[in-house]
Every structure is written in structure tokens, then in C-alpha cells.
Design a binder for this molecule. Sequence first.
Ligand SMILES: [Zn+2]
Length: 74
Amino acid sequence: MFFDINKGIKVSYVCLACHEKEEIPLNVVKDFDLMNGGDPTTPPMFSCEKCGEQMYPEYYKGVHGIEYKLSDIR
Ligand SMILES: [Zn+2]
């Protein structure tokens, strides 16, 4: 029997332009992170459904152990 510890955990993303919030499942964020490849200085980013601008995670610790906080870029 498998138990996925990531199941149900979500990362809060905030749009940098209109401040719309979206909860994105952690496993989806991690998949993006892994595909992101080369650049560990930026977290996986998603497009805002309202305005199309980039969304930044409120708090996310990446697969490379780097922490990203929305407060860092404000
Ligand atoms: Zn937006």
C-alpha cells in the first residue's frame, strides 16, 4: 500500500499584477519545478487565470531545497 505524503497539500500562489490567489497542488508545483531544469533562482510560475500575468508562490520550498517567499520580491 502506498501513502503519498504530498496528497492534499497545496501551495498558495498570488498574482503579481492583480493579486488573485490560487491554490495549486504541491505535486503539480513539484512537477513544474523538476521540468524547470536549469534555473533554481526562480520558483515554478503559473499564469493568472484572470489577467495572464505571472503568479508567485506565497511560500514554497523547491526540490533543490531553496525557499521562495512572496515577501522576498516585494
Ligand atoms: Zn492576475
